[in-house]
Write a protein that binds this ligand. Structure first.
Ligand code: TXA
Ligand code: MG
Length: 324
């Protein structure tokens, strides 16, 4: 066990990262577990502390467009357009990597995931570090992503060196990941930037399909494991218009995006938003999932979200959380 320092000072956190330590930090999406991306030993520490398989690549975070050239071999026009419109923000672009970016970061793939986060503390931190920072979500592998510093400590306390506390994350869902490694852009993970917004800038984006039979090996789009973002409690999803019925003899919890009449018999109900507004749902989603998971329930029943905008990413997280 090591001591995990909780701090609010970006300069201290930056110094720790520069020394090779592992420090979690806030972004607008979720908290990331940072390591100096140019230090292979530190990057290896991320995989060790999260118990993350080496075939799952890490996203690199930089402070500004000028720093992009430290990471990618070229920055095609489509990437420039997307960056101009959506960076800083919840969009990760996969682009050809420069040779000095370690294979550990990219899981041996030729592309590297890169983004500029939209959070003042993250930007301050990245500027002070002065090097690209690799950061997956700061949770044990496969678990629920952290949207507060407390969530990070609950999952990784004693296994990492520090957490920079910046309060709760605004977006609450991980970034949307788009690969620009081929002429046809591919959506590798729906996320905090709705895919419709991206399509409005670059046209249709094809969705990569995951293959459950390859869950233990590198996928064409790694990190698309069937089971992910999962609470310890069994989770079942229902269609949004279905009536939720608690299972007789079981302690059941309910997650619903907005007002919903079928709440009788549930031990705990998490309504993510007063009106079902998807932005609010996303911001509250992981915290609500954690709260249900710690309520000593036998099963969590979750209503699916409307399949549009952020609802697409929310449904993706729900279905992976429910995969048994
Ligand atoms: O919002 C986010 O993206 C957060 C914050 C901290 O930036 N990070 C995050 O990282 O969610 P992580 O490691 O939990 O998920 C990153 C996923 C990988 O599992 C993989 O699906 C995809 O991004 N990815 C990253 N690098 C890739 C690459 N080189 N090629 C293909 N997919 C990649
Ligand atoms: Mg993650």
């Amino acid at each position: 066990m090591r001591e995990t320092i909780l701090c609010e000072n970006t300069l201290i956190a930056a110094e720790m990262l520069r020394r090779g330590q592992l420090v979690a930090f806030p972004t607008e999406t979720v908290y990331g577990l940072g390591a100096d991306a140019t230090n292979s030993e530190s990057v290896a520490g991320i995989f060790e502390s999260k118990q993350r398989p080496a075939f799952d690549p890490l996203i690199i975070h930089v402070a500004d467009i000028a720093a992009v050239q430290q990471v990618v071999a070229n920055f095609p026009e489509m990437a420039q357009k997307l960056a101009a419109k959506f960076w800083p923000g919840p969009l990760t672009l996969v682009l050809p990597k420069l040779p000095h970016i370690s294979d550990l970061v990219t899981a041996g793939l030729p592309g590297v995931g890169l983004r500029i986060p939209n959070h003042p503390l993250a930007i301050e931190l990245l500027k002070a570090v002065g090097r690209p920072v690799a950061a997956p979500s700061a949770n044990p592998f496969g678990g629920v992503s952290p949207t507060t510093a407390r969530h990070v400590v609950d999952g990784l306390g004693g296994r990492i060196d520090g957490v920079l506390d910046g309060g709760p994350c605004d977006v609450g869902l991980e970034s949307t990941v788009v690969s620009l490694m081929t002429d046809q852009p591919m959506l590798l993970r729906p996320g905090g930037l709705p895919i419709e917004d991206i399509a409005a800038v670059i046209g249709t984006v094809q969705r990569a399909v995951s293959d459950a039979s390859r869950d233990n090996a590198a996928q064409p789009a790694p990190g698309m494991l069937s089971r992910h973002y999962a609470p310890a409690t069994m989770l079942r999803t229902i269609a949004q218009d279905d009536a939720a019925v608690p299972i007789t003899g079981k302690r059941c919890g309910l997650m619903t995006h907005g007002p919903y009449p079928c709440v009788q018999g549930f031990e705990q109900i998490e309504q993510l938003s007063g009106t079902g507004e998807l932005r609010t749902c996303a911001a509250n989603f992981f915290a609500a999932l954690r709260s249900l998971d710690s309520a000593n329930l036998d099963v969590i029943i979750a209503r699916s979200f409307p399949a549009t905008g952020l609802g697409i990413a929310l449904n993706d997280r729900l279905h992976r959380a429910a995969f048994a």
